[in-house]
Design a protein around this ligand. Structure first.
Ligand SMILES: [Zn+2]
Length: 514
């Protein structure tokens, strides 16, 4: 096989292989004589962090454990599994390396700090292109680019729609501009040029493992690359391709670590691809169990958001306003779930608590990466100096969920730790405020976990001047301004009665009994 002085990976987020459905003259031209996979396989779940992480680290999501939340919050510190940037840097202390990403969490939480990688970002792909070109002019030994607007178009207008294709055509144009820059810099002949997507999508989301979510385009072009179809490749193979193209050794295949390989069909004489099916735990619970209102009294539901590619309150009681963008992923409970936090949340207009008992229930996906206390939902200003102001907030931490009620003078925080063995996946949470029995009952996964009694001066109305907000605090500020949180919620339910053993068991049946 050939080696190259330069390698460029242009990542087009959320394109899948939908470029086969629209005009992409630049991609066609660039890969005319290259090696192309139309059904390279994305890692499960088909989510950005899991797949960009797989590409840059050469490992499965089960091994690297990165999530959209974790890379937004934390720098990448795992020295046992360095990124390709770090592996290159270790062999070449002086070369120029650049990572230019519209979605900055990649720069923040996958590419290590302090290893001399120029990291750039911009608000949209159009503004990113001149930054990319300025990097190309500095002749990067390795350039990684992530374009994000194609994924945005999929989330907002649907994957495989004209709206999505239009953005793919734009990304094709940007890719052409970048390719041209390599030509103008006089280094194209010595460059291996790669275009790949991290995942596709279905309806308005992704995260599941259907064909349009998991199959992605991978194109490879450069001197010595065979004009060929690659029959099998995975997103995580990018690491091995990059390292070997630069003449660096590719780490041994290690089930607990680096499992990136060079797909057959790119260069002559590469080793056969070693394929071992990897067992992965499936996060969602099971298929659609029927109508939830057969299990709970619809008249006593104040809000129910199934979050199946829509922010609608299916109880029909509230109007819901989206702030920013709530993204949908198809690996929720029964169907899709919603991604909330820094990038989007929603404001309801009909949830009041008055002098009644009530219940707040939802599924939340946990991955132990939340280091602070983002507000999952509530009607209170969650900035810490205002936590004695009246209202309630449910907040998430790495190992528990905090339920805060404040009566205006004082507050009660009740943290219910995740059940033993919960380190990732969806967890069901219920907080039942029972005015008659003067107690709050907490359930996890439909089991009673904790009871606290309510002092008399907390038997007040919890309505505030703020609306009830899902995905942020009542003020709609905490998660997006002070903090960088992202989390997944499903089936958000508010009722005007306090769940007890019997109603909790009914809800469990809705999810689990055939
Ligand atoms: Zn993505």
């Amino acid at each position: 096989m050939n080696t190259y002085k330069y390698v460029a990976v242009i990542g087009i987020d959320g394109m899948g292989n939908f470029n086969s459905q629209t005009d992409t003259p630049n991609l066609d031209k660039i890969f005319e004589k290259g090696a192309v996979a139309w059904s390279a396989v994305s890692q499960n779940p088909t989510i950005s962090a899991q797949n960009w992480g797989a590409m840059l680290l050469g490992a499965t999501p089960l091994v690297h454990k990165l999530t959209n939340g974790s890379i937004s919050n934390e720098h990448y510190l795992n020295e046992a599994l360095p990124s390709v940037f770090k592996r290159i840097r270790e062999t070449d202390p002086d070369c120029y390396l650049a990572s230019v990403c519209n979605w900055n969490p990649i720069n923040h939480g996958i590419v290590e700090e302090g290893i001399g990688v120029e990291k750039l970002t911009a608000d949209n792909d159009r503004e990113l292109v001149p930054l990319i070109i300025s990097c190309v002019n500095k002749k990067p030994k390795f350039l990684f680019v992530q374009l994000d607007d194609v994924d945005g178009a999929g989330h907002s207008g649907g994957y495989g729609t004209e709206h999505h294709y239009e953005e793919i055509r734009r990304a094709d144009g940007y890719t052409g501009e970048i390719y041209e820059a390599y030509k103008l810099a006089g280094i194209l002949d010595e460059t291996l040029f790669i275009v790949i997507s991290d995942h596709g999508g279905v309806r308005n989301g992704h995260g599941g493992y259907t064909d349009t979510e998991k199959y992605v385009f991978m194109g490879i072009s450069g001197k010595g690359v065979q004009e060929n179809f690659i029959t099998y490749a995975e997103t995580r193979d990018i690491a091995a391709i990059v390292l070997s193209a630069l003449g660096l050794s590719v780490p041994e295949y290690d089930e607990e670590g680096f499992t990136s390989q060079i797909p057959e069909g790119i260069w002559e004489g590469t080793k056969p691809y070693y394929r071992k099916p990897v067992e992965r735990p499936l996060v969602p619970v099971r298929e659609t169990p029927g109508n939830i209102f057969d299990f709970i009294d619809k008249d006593k539901v104040k809000l129910l958001m199934h979050l199946d590619n829509s922010l609608e309150d299916i109880s029909g009681k509230c109007n819901i306003k989206e702030k920013g963008t709530v993204k949908f992923y198809s690996n929720g409970v029964n169907s899709a779930c919603g991604e909330f936090g820094k990038t989007g949340f929603c404001v309801t207009d009909g949830v009041s608590f008055g002098e009644n008992s009530f219940t707040v229930a939802f599924w939340v996906e946990t991955d132990n990466t939340i280091t602070e206390v983002p507000a999952l939902m509530g009607n209170q200003d969650w900035s810490w100096q205002n936590r004695n102001k009246k209202g309630l907030t449910v907040a998430l931490r790495s190992n528990d969920i905090v339920f805060n009620i404040s009566n205006g003078n004082d507050h009660i925080d009740t943290a219910v730790p995740f059940p033993e063995g919960t380190d990732r996946g969806f967890l069901h949470y219920i907080a039942a405020f029972d005015r008659e029995n003067k107690e709050i009952r907490f359930y996890n996964n439909f089991n009673l976990r904790h009871i606290i009694s309510i002092p008399d001066d907390f038997l007040i109305s919890y309505d505030t001047n703020y609306p009830f907000v899902v995905g942020n605090d009542g003020k709609g500020v905490y998660n997006n301004v002070s903090h960088d949180f992202i989390f997944h919620l499903d089936d958000v339910l508010i009722t005007s009665f306090a769940f007890n053993e019997e109603t909790t068991e009914n809800l469990r049946k809705y999810y689990f009994d055939k």
